[in-house]
Design a binder for this molecule. Structure first.
Ligand code: ZN
Length: 240
C-alpha cells in the first residue's frame, strides 16, 4: 500500500492511510499483513513528521486497505483518529456508499475506519470533483465502485496521478486486466481507456497504490500497447 505524503509549506497532506493496525491476529494472517513498520513510523523516519503534524488526510475511498490507518486502537480498546489535528476528506457519495454497502463489498467497509473521525468532527464530505489545495485535486472515476476518487497533483507542467484502485498495480495498465473486486468492470475499462493514453502522451508520473515493486511509473507505448516502467528508469537514474 503506497501512501503519499505531500508538504506544501503550509499543509502536510497524507493521501491514503493504508491498512492500519487495528487488525486482530487472525485477520492479519488471513490478509498476509507482514509490515516492517507502521505508516506513522515511516512518516517520522522519512519526512520527519509525527501524526499530530498532519493537517489533511485524503481517502480515495473507504475500503479498509485505504482508510484503515485513519484510526487506531488505544490501550483501553477505544478507536480514535490517528491524526488528531487533521481534516479528513472523502467524497460524500463514497461516505454514503460506505454506510450502506452492497452485500458484495460489505466486507471492505469497516465503520471503525471513519465513524470515530466523524464523531470527533474531523470528517469533511466533499463533491465528486474538488480541489484540496491549489495544484492538488480529486476526481471521481467509476468502475472499482461508483464513488472512488483518483488524485491529481500538478506542478510546473508535471502531473502525478494517483489511480487508486482503478489501476492498482502496473500489471493492470493492460486494458482488459481488471480486478475481480470491481463492482463495475466495464466502467473501469472505459475510465482506463480515457486516462491511460493521456497519461502516456502527457508523461504523467503514475502512482500504483498496490504495486510492490514499481509504486511510481511512467507509461510507454510498445507495439500499440501501453506498459509501465519504473520512473527512475524513465529518468535514466539507476536504482538505489
Ligand atoms: Zn478498494
Amino acid at each position: 500500500m503506497n501512501c503519499v505524503f505531500i508538504e506544501t509549506g503550509s499543509q502536510r497532506i497524507l493521501v491514503e492511510t493504508g491498512i492500519g493496525r487495528k487488525f486482530p491476529d487472525k485477520q492479519a494472517r488471513m490478509y498476509g499483513i507482514t509490515r516492517e513498520r507502521a505508516l506513522t513510523d515511516s512518516l517520522r523516519a522519512i519526512a520527519g513528521v509525527g501524526p499530530e503534524d498532519i493537517t489533511i488526510v485524503i481517502n480515495t475511498h473507504l475500503h479498509f486497505d485505504h482508510a484503515g490507518g485513519n484510526t487506531e486502537l488505544t490501550t483501553d480498546g477505544k478507536v480514535v483518529p490517528s491524526f488528531p489535528n487533521a481534516r479528513y476528506l472523502v467524497s460524500r457519495a463514497e461516505f454514503e456508499h460506505g454506510e450502506r454497502p452492497t452485500e458484495r463489498d460489505r466486507a471492505s467497509y469497516l465503520p471503525d475506519n471513519w465513524r470515530p473521525v466523524k464523531e470527533n468532527g474531523q470528517l469533511e464530505l466533499k463533491e465528486s470533483d474538488y480541489e484540496v489545495v491549489p495544484g492538488l485535486s480529486m476526481e471521481t472515476h467509476p468502475g472499482h465502485n461508483r464513488t472512488m476518487q483518483c488524485w491529481r497533483l500538478e506542478q510546473n507542467g508535471q502531473t502525478i496521478f494517483g489511480f487508486a484502485d482503478l489501476v492498482p498495480m502496473r500489471a493492470h495498465v493492460s486494458f482488459p486486466w481488471i480486478m475481480g473486486y470491481d463492482l463495475y468492470p466495464v466502467e473501469t475499462l472505459t475510465a482506463k481507456k480515457v486516462l491511460l493514453p493521456k497519461a502516456a502522451q502527457e508523461g504523467w508520473l503514475c502512482l500504483f497504490y498496490h504495486d510492490p515493486d514499481v509504486p511510481l511509473g511512467r507509461l510507454v507505448e510498445e507495439d500499440g500497447k501501453l506498459r509501465a516502467i519504473d520512473y527512475r528508469q524513465s529518468l535514466g537514474v539507476s536504482e538505489q
